[in-house]
Design a protein around this ligand. Structure first.
Ligand code: NAD
Length: 256
């Protein structure tokens, strides 16, 4: 024990004073990541299409700036980077937790829904990485995407979502190779099903919930806070030689 009441953080996971832009900041997983980084005194640029939610969140978080925007729009992302640099001086890290989840049998999954999923989860992730890494190539940096166990597992009724997340994990591998020599590290985290606004309608069906829990060897859904350790590893000094990986934080879901 120390005399101070301040929590002690391991230097391997240190993000204090680092400037991090987080997309999907208002979501269930985004908020947990924002809180985990804010507790460790990172400077945060909060990006989300939900303008109102963003302003409320930014008011609660110290050292945060709210940047409403759309991840599928390149100029929106470029503006967010410019505003982050104008506000904090530079950009060290970026986490993308924006996404959508349509679940439907392929016969009834309509084209517009499929395209919207690919547009948000893949095209958005491509535009995000391009805009963020572009601002990092001078001094190095880290980009982390929230992928999914669906990057790996072929769940029925997930044609759009699983395609988008498998594509994202492979895109991360390609981009990691492109930027490795400039010390811009690109990784993903693959969570298991977690109760958030994204999944609450599906999980309110008792059969869906029962099957979801049964598919996870550790016997429970994910909690948003389960992801914070992996995010800190990938952003902190401990992650300095990790690139192109999807780290599954899934209670063993991808083992079956
Ligand atoms: N919750 C889960 O079970 C789970 C599991 C695995 C992976 N994921 C992935 O994690 C990410 C976050 O999921 P979540 O559960 O927090 O979802 P969520 O719906 O709670 O949050 C998603 C956030 O993204 C924002 N967003 C959506 N479209 C956007 C756009 N075009 N531009 C900017 N922001 C946009 C939303 O406003 C929302 O705040 C998603 O990519 C999701 O696929 C979630």
């Amino acid at each position: 024990m120390t005399a101070s009441s301040e929590p002690m953080f391991d230097p391997m996971f240190d993000v204090e004073g680092r400037v991090c832009l987080i997309a999907g900041a208002c979501g269930g997983l985004g908020r947990a990541i924002v809180r985990g980084l804010a507790e460790r005194r990172a400077n945060l640029a909060l990006f989300d299409i939900n303008r109102k939610g963003l302003e409320t969140l930014a008011a609660e978080i110290p050292n945060a700036v709210a940047l409403p925007g759309d991840i599928t729009n390149e100029s929106s992302l470029r503006d967010a980077v410019a505003q982050t640099v104008a506000h904090f001086g530079h950009l060290d890290h970026a986490v993308n937790a924006a996404g959508v989840l349509p679940i439907a049998p392929t016969e009834t999954l309509d084209e517009a829904t499929f395209r919207h999923c690919i547009d948000t989860n893949i095209t958005g992730a491509y535009l995000f990485t391009k805009a963020m890494a572009g601002a990092m190539t001078e001094h190095g940096g880290r980009v982390v995407h929230i992928a999914s166990v669906s990057s790996f597992v072929a769940n029925p009724n997930y044609a759009a979502y699983a395609s988008s997340k498998a594509g994202l994990s492979q895109m991360v591998r390609v981009m990691a190779r492109e930027w490795a020599s400039r010390n811009v590290l690109v990784n993903a985290i693959g969570p298991a099903l977690t109760l958030t606004p994204l999944t609450e309608d599906y999980l309110s069906d008792p059969d869906f919930l029962k099957n979801a829990v049964a598919s996870i060897p550790m016997g429970r859904l994910g909690e948003p806070e389960d992801l914070v350790g992996a995010v800190l590893l990938l952003l902190g000094p401990g992650g300095a030689f990790i690139t192109g990986q999807t780290i599954y934080v899934d209670g063993g879901r991808t083992l079956v």
